[in-house]
Design a protein around this ligand. Structure first.
Ligand SMILES: Cc1cc2nc3c(=O)[nH]c(=O)nc-3n(C[C@H](O)[C@H](O)[C@H](O)COP(=O)(O)OP(=O)(O)OC[C@H]3O[C@@H](n4cnc5c(N)ncnc54)[C@H](O)[C@@H]3O)c2cc1C
Length: 289
């Protein structure tokens, strides 16, 4: 199918893009990499009056290390993130998660801002942002605001972004040196969206755990932070018994849907299995360069 008719605008500044969104009063859509929006248009699941193309707005694609944080411009392509030396050194969990996003051509066009704004609950970036306590910078007609990962995702394909706002930057605290990390996911075919994915980061020394971070993809309308499971590791340490207890607890903390891809019970079991795998792999990597 072909998309319905729409006006097409190519602003050259963020302010111009915001003015266009405001002018269309909620009937315009931003176009980033187009890897989610264009299929929605072609299937006529989205019928915006206008597209506001961000691809010619300069200064929205960058990766910078600032004050212990890594800042990524919203239009940074997923492929750039996958191979960025800064991301590999300071956010290796994000680099690992990126390799699970679709296929090479999709990552070549798709952007981090587009993925987070689209908020597919099975996507890797929302889970990674949630696990790493990241935040997004949003600009609209009344200025700029910062939204923490835990406050950003609202429901299936829904965030707190209003129709006249643009996600301009994504910020992650750099992962502590020596942190162990792993992104584990199960999908039917390579490149498919995750049926369940788990993002994990652990810090500590030997068997003692200073902090654990666990977040899910595919287990509900938006990423779930598995705080109850994290607490088991922070209290009992990084022993095999604690890993098993944390994985069991993780499965009770999610309330996944049943759909054509998997039943709720299967997803709950995957949450348990993948949490255990992610933790074991993360712990094995702790202390690494
Ligand atoms: C075959 C296929 C397989 C895929 N597999 C995966 C996968 O396994 N994992 C995964 O995570 N993704 C997957 N994707 C989706 C891909 O990662 C997309 O790139 C991503 O979801 C959207 O990013 P985009 O830059 O293409 O955004 P677009 O498609 O251009 O936009 C998506 C939505 O976000 C809005 N938007 C875009 N940028 C902004 C912004 N800066 N501020 C506010 N709103 C904005 C748009 O208006 C639109 O509503 C797949 C896509 C395809 C086609």
């Amino acid at each position: 199918m072909k998309p319905p008719k729409f006006d097409y605008h190519v602003p050259s500044t963020i302010d111009e893009a915001i003015a266009l969104l405001t002018r269309y009063g909620g009937e315009a859509k931003l176009l980033a990499g187009g890897q989610s929006l264009v299929p929605l248009l072609n299937f006529r699941l989205s019928r915006p009056a206008a597209l506001v193309d961000l691809n010619r707005v300069p200064g929205l694609a960058y990766i910078r290390e600032v004050d212990g944080h890594v800042r990524l411009g919203a239009m940074t392509r997923q492929r750039t993130i996958e191979f960025s030396p800064v991301v590999r050194r300071r956010l290796p969990l994000l680099a690992e998660a990126t390799a699970f996003v679709g296929h090479l051509p999709i990552r070549t066009r798709g952007t981090i801002g587009g993925s987070l704004a689209h908020a597919d609950p099975a996507a890797e970036y929302p889970a990674t942002l949630t696990a790493l306590d990241g935040e997004v910078i949003v600009r609209g007609p009344s200025g700029e605001r910062t939204v923490q990962a835990g406050d950003f995702f609202r429901s299936y394909l829904a965030t707190v972004l209003t129709a006249d706002e643009i996600l301009v930057e994504v910020r992650f605290p750099a992962m502590p040196g020596g942190a162990g990390f792993a992104f584990e996911e199960f999908s039917r075919r390579h490149g498919d969206f995750a049926i369940v994915g788990i993002a994990a980061m652990v810090t500590g020394q030997g068997a003692s755990c200073t902090s654990a971070r666990l977040a899910t993809a595919g287990t509900g309308p938006f990423p779930a932070r598995l705080r109850g499971a994290e607490e088991i590791l922070e209290r009992d340490g990084l022993t095999e018994a604690a890993i098993e207890a944390a994985a069991d607890r993780a499965a009770t903390l999610v309330d996944p849907p049943s759909d054509i891809h998997a039943s709720a019970a299967y997803r709950r079991n995957l949450t348990r299995v993948l949490t255990g795998r992610a933790l074991r792999r993360a712990i094995a990597r702790m202390g690494g360069a």
